[in-house]
Design a protein around this ligand. Structure first.
Ligand SMILES: *Cc1c(COP(=O)(O)O)cnc(C)c1O
Length: 474
């Protein structure tokens, strides 16, 4: 190679595609060929990454080999059926295809006129999910985000812009009273992080203590709001979690919505994981009250098994995103200015935008709502089966939820916080499964979630076997 051919020759590209295809298929077909969790030897991993210093080009096949070996060895494998993780899925195949298409066309979604197909796909999906959640049909708006954290930050920003007309000009410094927001102590920490990032500060976040099943207590919420009002503070937002990250339980959405209404607060429902249950007729009642939300966070990269960074913020206030994020510029494309469409750069936190929504669109085209309802039901069933197996083997269950999230431990875990950690490391070291430790109230316990749509009965039996061995081995 004299001068680098940035385009590659046609036959070289074909060879590289074919090679990559074989490698990826091998992994995707047989995820059990790798350990579910890697050993975390930082020096070794850094040495591997730094093996090449980019001085001389290497053949593409060698480069691919290097990267794929690195991924196989040094990654927690969410496609592995023994991954009982933090809502990270085995990615569905259409989602993988979608990322390939997006990277190849590389549409820029910042301006509507640059990528009208992509933007309309995302608008369509926002609308469809808004309808599923029962938001008022004529009022649905929203945007795709990189994750639940960005969606939650968007929720805080829209809530505060809704409450204070001049917020966009003066910011927090222009407010006479301190705004405060409410969530439960089991809510995801991205809510508090968003308060920190937007300049509101952790001091103005009220984590409300939960009941025995880790759910928000509306009585405590109301008392806290009253106390803040009496002290001259300005409540503006209440965040409910529909499927908590730790224990998968639902906050009482209807009761919280009623309080939000009574006190004039924005009602945000963080349904990052649990929102997907809306697709299952038999269980969707657990989300009753979500239709009253001012805004919703929903991660399609969790229970809808899309690749990472597929998330939505959906709102029932059609003007609020442009009020919050609108900017006028001289240099952005104007071809679409005569149309009613809002340019996403003026409608969201991001500027340059990736075609995030294609993963979800292609998956829904291929599986339909029905396919998703079936696979989510399968996961609920696997969750119930795992609970049974654990109970049969003298494990205690600490949480109650229809969602396939199980917090569990042995009676002796109550006396010693280290036991759960020790069992967890033994399970990871087996290479057969990945689980985590979660403090469920007073007990440091173990946590397993059926995040992988391909986890079957025999995988559950294997997990319980590994758990029993790990405990006996303590
Ligand atoms: C995962 C999760 C988040 C954060 O979402 P990311 O996609 O990781 O940014 C927020 N809220 C809840 C309830 C979650 O489970």
């Amino acid at each position: 190679m004299n001068r680098m051919d940035f385009n590659f020759k046609d036959h070289e590209r074909e060879q590289a595609w074919a090679y990559l295809h074989d490698q990826l298929e091998h992994y995707y077909q047989d995820p059990k060929s790798v350990h579910a969790a890697p050993s975390l030897d930082l020096g070794k991993i850094q040495g591997y990454v730094g093996k090449y210093i980019f001085e001389d080009p290497v053949p593409v096949q060698e480069a691919l080999d290097h990267v794929i070996r690195g991924m196989r060895q040094y990654t927690v494998h969410t496609p592995h059926p023994g991954y009982y993780g933090l809502y990270n899925p085995r990615p569905v195949f259409p989602g993988i295809l979608a990322d390939t298409i997006t990277a190849t066309f590389n549409p820029q979604l910042a301006a509507w006129s640059h990528a009208p197909f992509a933007n309309e796909v995302e608008n369509y999906l926002v609308h469809q999910f808004g309808l599923k959640f029962g938001l008022p049909p004529g009022k649905i708006d929203g945007v795709f985000t990189s994750g639940g954290a960005e969606a939650n930050l968007t929720a805080l920003l829209t809530a505060i812009n809704h409450k204070y007309a001049g917020y966009g000009d003066t910011g927090l410094l222009g407010l006479e009273k301190q705004p405060v927001l409410y969530c439960s102590e089991e809510s995801h920490h991205s809510v508090a992080k968003a308060a920190k990032n937007m300049g509101l500060g952790l001091r103005n976040v009220r984590p409300i203590p939960t009941n025995d099943n880790f759910e928000m207590q509306p009585g405590v919420l109301e008392a806290t709001i009253e106390k803040d009002l009496a002290q001259g503070l300005d409540p503006f937002l209440v965040v409910a979690t529909a499927g908590t990250t730790g224990t998968g339980v639902m906050d009482p959405l209807e009761g919280m919505a009623a309080l939000a209404k009574k006190y004039g607060l924005w009602f945000h429902v963080d349904a990052a994981y649990g929102g997907a249950i809306i697709l299952v007729e038999k269980y969707k009642h657990v989300l009753n009250g979500i239709e009253l939300a001012d805004s919703i966070t929903f991660d399609a990269h969790k229970w809808m098994s899309n690749p990472m960074s597929t998330s939505l913020y959906i709102t029932a206030h059609p003007g609020i995103l442009s009020k919050t994020f609108g900017m006028a510029t001289d240099y952005m494309p104007k071809e679409g200015a005569h149309m009613e469409n809002l340019d996403p750069y003026s409608h969201s936190i991001q500027w340059s935008r990736r075609f995030i929504g294609l993963r979800l669109y292609l998956s829904l085209l291929v599986f339909g709502w029905k396919g998703y309802a079936e696979v989510i039901t399968h996961q609920v069933r696997m969750g119930k089966r795992l609970k049974e197996l654990l109970l049969e083997n003298d494990w205690n269950i600490y949480n109650q939820t229809d969602l396939p999230v199980i917090c569990f431990g042995k009676a002796e875990f109550k006396q010693d916080d280290r036991l759960a950690l020790n069992v967890c490391s033994k399970v990871l070291a087996s290479g057969k499964a990945w689980i985590s430790v979660y403090r469920a109230g007073a007990v440091n316990g173990l946590r397993a979630c059926i995040t992988n749509y391909d986890t079957q009965n025999e995988d559950l039996e294997e997990l319980v076997e590994v758990l029993n061995l790990s405990v006996n081995d303590l």
